[in-house]
Design a protein around this ligand. Sequence first.
Ligand code: DQA
Length: 150
Amino acid sequence: MPTILVLNGPNLNLLGQREPHLYGSETLADVEALCTRKAAAEGFKSKFHQSNREYELIDWIHAARGTMAGIVINPAAFTHTSVAILDALNAYEGPVVEVHISNVHKREAFRHHSYVSARADAVIVGAGIQGYGFAVERVAHLAHALRGPK
Ligand code: DQA
């Protein structure tokens, strides 16, 4: 079964405990369960990772080349700093959807720019963890379109 890769950047391991007024009370395990359910409903498996290390996210993106049907990524703070993650995504051929739990545009000015948005096929911002579900659905749709009619 084709697989959608879901990547999460730094501090998202603390989801549910970290600034709940911004990020809610649900945990990363809840996000993983949501992604698994949404992917299965679209006929995909999902693989879920979180890291606080930029290189690990880059290595997972490299490994996705030729193996993953699409990528959903919340790069967290690396969104606003990482040309390296943008470059890695530019070397990946499939659909990419960027997700942010909070509405970054209602927040500090330094969160308004995303390096990753220059590559993303869609960006989902401020929909809470529900945004991951929308992102998985969109990646599945784009992956199906790329593969053509059955
Ligand atoms: C975030 C927004 C980023 O600005 C922040 O650094 C995060 C989480 C979000 O999901 O809203 O860690 O990506």
